[in-house]
Design a protein around this ligand. Structure first.
Ligand code: AMP
Length: 398
């Protein structure tokens, strides 16, 4: 079975075509700058060089048509005809309380997804555009929606309710939803398989550290708490997102700087975090270079806040779950930064976390990096959200 996975953003479409018979990737790529000047597609067939194609792409439907055209092209493509694709799986950011798992997309599901737009006005509309485009271009292909929020729908009420008047939850469904659910689910399950542990009885803390970062406590295969909240801005210090912040500071800034809710959203989502604190960059490699090699104090402070937040959440989740068996690192930073993993696990032996520095000297590979003495097993597990989406798609249409 071949599954096409689509991740449609506001001006981009990332895609991967997977052969589920042997879990291999047939091709992958990304169309960037949709609706803007200079749209381009980067496409790569398995085992071949990446190719870059330029062309004017005005909307997502044209973008998907373009991608399909390249995939079926006799010279540069990877399949003969569209018929070879059995189903399409879509990443959908917000499923609200409505979607507790992945679903086969039909008109009723689309209507419910449209109701969730209010909760994620930046993310859900482009996800839906991808669904509308596939419906128009390949009306008979089964489509499946896989939600970033669904895995966290198992959180107990005390994890997801905020200390605000209940009427606001009743009226607007304001609560913690959590994101990166596909990644947290995939990595925690895969870590248990890798270590030969029973997922249903293991306590895992997964640190998904990338440009966006979140931590999740998973007890017996169920998300019981996570650091992102009503929106992805809560929790850890991220590339450009502030993470945890006193509400009093938010209203004070809005008042003093005469900032509208929309501008405040931009400030705390796009100009804060590592980038805002350091004035250097949102990219952790630049922060590490400035902080550790160039003596930049602002970058060092940003890096220290980044690390300290993660440690606080690990401690909190161990306390919340009454223990932890496995700590996993994933995402661009979690998979690749040997320095950060070492810093995050330093002085944590009292909690049962001890790294083996030799074993930690790896990037992006399933690896046990804790010492033999470590009570908690620490692993690097590269995330594979596309594979997880393809697997969910296959399960549902079967
Ligand atoms: P993601 O959003 O998961 O793609 O992750 C992006 C983040 O991963 C950026 O902050 C990168 O700086 C970081 N990253 C990627 N490779 C490395 C590396 N080798 N060392 C440190 N950080 C890295």
């Amino acid at each position: 079975m071949k599954v096409l996975v689509l991740n449609c953003g506001s001006s981009s479409i990332k895609y991967k075509l997977l052969n589920m018979a042997d879990s291999s990737t047939i091709a992958s790529g990304a169309m960037e700058k949709i609706g803007l000047k200079g749209s381009f597609l980067q496409h790569q067939n398995k085992g071949q060089e990446k190719i870059k194609l330029e062309g004017e792409v005005l909307d997502h439907q044209v973008g998907i048509e373009y991608i399909i055209g390249v995939m079926t092209d006799p010279d540069i493509g990877c399949i003969k005809t569209l018929e070879e694709i059995d189903a399409v799986g879509h990443r959908v950011v917000h499923g609200g309380e409505e979607f507790k798992g992945s679903v086969i997309i039909n008109d009723a599901v689309i209507a419910k997804m449209e109701e969730c737009i209010d909760l994620a006005p930046l993310h859900n509309p482009p996800n839906l555009k991808g669904i509308y485009a596939v419906s128009a271009l390949m009306p008979t292909k089964p489509q499946v929606g896989v939600f970033d929020t669904a895995f966290h729908q198992t959180m107990p009420k005390w994890s997801y309710m905020y200390g605000i008047p209940k009427s606001l939850y009743d009226k607007y469904k304001i609560r913690r939803y959590g994101f990166h659910g596909t990644s947290h689910s995939y990595v925690s399950r895969h870590a248990c398989e890798f270590l030969g542990l029973d997922y249903n009885t293991t306590k895992v803390i997964n640190c998904h550290l990338g440009n966006g970062s979140s931590i999740c406590a998973i007890d017996g295969g169920k998300s019981v708490d996570t650091s992102m909240g009503f929106t992805p801005v809560e929790g850890l210090l991220m590339g450009t997102r502030a993470g945890d912040l006193d509400i009093g500071a938010v209203t004070y800034i809005m008042d003093k700087e005469n900032v509208s809710p929309e501008a405040a959203n931009t400030l705390f989502n796009k100009h804060s975090g590592l980038a805002g604190m350091s004035g250097v960059s949102s990219d952790l490699r630049d922060i590490e270079e400035q902080a550790l090699n160039q003596g930049n104090e602002d970058a060092m402070l940003a890096l220290t806040v980044f690390r300290s937040r993660i440690k606080k959440y690990i401690g909190a989740y161990i306390a919340e779950m009454g223990g932890c068996d496995v700590l996993t690192f994933t995402g661009g930073i979690g998979e690749n930064s040997i320095i950060e993993r070492e810093a995050l696990c330093k002085n944590m032996a009292f909690l049962g976390i001890e790294l083996d520095l030799e074993k930690n000297n790896i990037r992006a590979k399933d690896t046990l990096i804790s010492s033999d003495n470590s009570r908690i097993k620490v692993c690097v597990i590269p995330t594979d959200e596309e594979y997880m989406i393809a697997e969910e798609t296959m399960k549902l249409i079967k």
